[in-house]
Write a protein that binds this ligand. Structure first.
Ligand SMILES: C[S@@+](CC[C@H](N)C(=O)[O-])C[C@H]1O[C@@H](n2cnc3c(N)ncnc32)[C@H](O)[C@@H]1O
Length: 417
C-alpha cells in the first residue's frame, strides 16, 4: 500500500547499485518539463529519486531498471515451469505410445531400425527437456530486481486505483517465452528482426526522443531504440514470465543455450533431428546502453490510465510491434496511445498482423482501422501490408515443416495532427 509521500523501492530493489544519472542531472539534461504528465519522465524520475545511487560524472554505465506498480505474483513463475514440465511429459508419453505400438506390432516385420530411432528420440528429448527446464528454473523464470513505484504515493498523481482486469497468462508460457528469446536474442531470429525492428528504427530520425514500446516482449526492439537511436525508452509488458526472462538478459546479463524447437508438435515435421537444434542467447557480447536510456515496466498497457489520470502525456513516439491485435477492445488501445503522445506531432509507428486474439471484441480489417485512426486525429504518413510473409520465431533456411506459418504485417506511421 502507498503510504509515503514519495515512491518506494521494494525489498529486492536495485537501490544499492551505482547509477550513471542523478536526479538533478536528469532534470538538467532533459529538454522537457518534468511535469507528472510525462509518463516516461515519471518512471525515470521516480526511479532516480528513490535510488541511492552514487553519481559519477565519468560513468556511462546504464543498467535497465524493471519497474512495477504492484508486487508481481512470483509464484506464477514456478507454476509456469511446472506446466511446461507436464506438457513435455505428455509429449514423451505420446512418443512412448508410438514406441509400444512398434514393439508389439504384428502386421509388419523388420522394424528394428525405426523402433531404435523412436527410442533414441525419446531418450534425446527427455535429456533436452531436463536441460531446458533447468535453465528456466535457474535463470529465466526467477524473480528479478524491481523498482517498486507507487504512483499514488506521488502528490501529483491523483488516483491510486488500478483497474482489475482479467489477466491473460498465455504469454507467461515458457514455450512463448523461449520463442520470443529466439526472435529477439539469437542469431536465428536476426532476419526477422531486420525485417521488423530495422523498419521501426528507421522511423526515428533524431536522438533523445521519448518512446514507449507497449507489449515489449523480450525487449529487443526497445533496447535497439535506446542503444542505436539514443532514445529514452520505456518498454512495457504485462507478462511476468516475459519480464523475468528479459531481466535475465538485460538486468543480470546472463547467457545460455536452449532448444526452442524441442516441444513442437509431432506434426508436419520434415526431419526429426531438426527439433534438437540448440541456440545460444544473447547474440550480442554486451547489452550496455551508452547514450540512450531503457527501463522496463511490468504492467498492463491500459493500467497507465491510472498513472496519467486525466492528464495528457508528451511522448514523442509509441512503437507497437505485433501488439495491436492483442487488444480486447482496440478502441481502448488507440485512446491510450493518443493520450500518451504529444498532441501535436506525436508519432505512432506500427508493424504487425491483425490476427485479433480470441478475446477481441472488435476485429477490424486494415482498411477499417485506417478510417478509425484518421477519424481520431492522426495523419497517416505511411500505410501498407507486406506482400512477403515473415515468420514469427526463426527464419533459418531449414524447411522444418510441411506447414507454413507466417504473417504479412500491416505497417504504418501516423502522426497526431
Ligand atoms: C505477439 S507478442 C509480441 C512481443 C514483441 N512486441 C515482439 O514483437 O516480439 C505480444 C506481447 O504483448 C504483451 N501484451 C499483451 N497484452 C498486453 C497489455 N494489455 N499490456 C502490456 N502487454 C501486453 C504480451 O504479453 C506479449 O509479450
Amino acid at each position: 500500500m502507498a503510504t509515503a509521500s514519495s515512491s518506494k523501492l521494494s525489498q529486492n530493489s536495485i537501490a544499492s547499485q551505482p547509477h550513471a544519472w542523478s536526479f538533478h542531472d536528469n532534470v538538467a539534461a532533459l529538454p522537457f518539463s518534468f511535469a507528472i504528465i510525462c509518463l516516461l519522465s515519471v518512471f525515470t524520475l521516480l526511479y532516480n529519486k528513490t535510488s541511492t545511487g552514487v553519481y559519477s560524472s565519468s560513468a556511462r554505465w546504464n543498467n535497465v531498471s524493471f519497474i512495477v506498480f504492484q508486487e508481481p505474483d512470483w509464484t506464477l513463475l514456478h507454476k509456469c515451469v511446472e506446466q511446461y514440465r507436464t506438457q513435455n511429459l505428455r509429449l514423451l508419453q505420446t512418443l512412448s505410445q508410438g514406441l509400444d505400438i512398434l514393439l508389439h506390432n504384428q502386421e509388419l516385420t523388420n522394424l528394428d531400425r525405426i523402433t531404435c530411432r523412436v527410442q533414441n528420440r525419446i531418450d534425446r528429448l527427455s535429456k533436452i527437456f531436463d536441460q531446458d527446464q533447468d535453465i528456466l528454473q535457474r535463470q529465466l523464470f526467477v524473480p528479478f530486481d524491481t523498482t517498486y513505484v507507487l504512483p499514488d504515493g506521488e502528490p501529483t498523481i491523483s488516483t491510486n486505483a488500478f483497474p482489475s482486469r482479467a489477466v491473460d497468462h498465455s504469454y507467461d508460457d515458457p514455450h512463448q517465452v523461449v520463442a520470443h528469446i529466439v526472435r529477439d536474442w539469437t542469431a536465428e531470429g536476426k532476419q526477422i528482426r531486420r525485417q521488423l525492428y530495422d523498419w521501426c528504427l528507421s522511423k526515428i530520425d533524431k536522438p533523445g526522443l521519448r518512446i514507449l514500446v507497449p507489449g515489449a516482449g523480450m525487449g529487443r526492439l526497445a533496447w535497439e531504440l535506446a542503444r542505436n537511436k539514443h532514445a529514452w525508452v520505456e518498454a512495457l509488458e504485462s507478462s511476468v514470465g516475459m519480464a523475468a526472462a528479459a531481466a535475465s538478459i538485460l538486468q543480470r546479463k546472463q547467457s545460455g543455450m536452449i532448444h526452442p524447437f524441442s516441444s513442437d508438435q509431432f506434426s508436419n515435421e520434415v526431419n526429426s533431428s531438426h527439433r534438437y537444434l540448440r541456440v545460444q542467447y544473447p547474440d550480442v557480447d554486451d547489452v550496455e546502453i551508452f547514450e540512450g536510456h531503457l527501463s522496463y515496466t511490468v504492467a498492463d498497457f491500459l493500467s497507465l490510465n491510472s498513472v496519467l489520470g486525466n492528464n495528457q502525456s508528451q511522448l514523442d513516439a509509441v512503437v507497437t510491434c505485433f501488439f495491436l491485435d492483442t487488444a480486447t477492445n482496440v478502441l481502448e488501445y488507440i485512446a491510450m496511445i493518443t493520450k500518451l503522445l504529444k498532441p501535436k506531432g506525436g508519432m505512432w509507428v506500427n508493424v504487425g498482423p491483425l490476427q485479433w486474439h480470441q478475446k477481441s471484441l472488435i476485429r477490424l480489417s486494415a482498411d477499417e482501422l485506417y478510417s478509425l485512426i484518421e477519424e481520431v486525429g492522426f495523419k497517416i504518413m505511411e500505410w501498407g501490408v507486406d506482400v512477403a510473409p515473415i515468420e514469427y520465431r526463426s527464419s533459418d533456411k531449414l524447411v522444418r515443416s510441411t506447414h507454413y506459418d507466417a504473417y504479412c504485417p500491416l505497417r504504418f506511421v501516423a502522426v497526431l495532427d
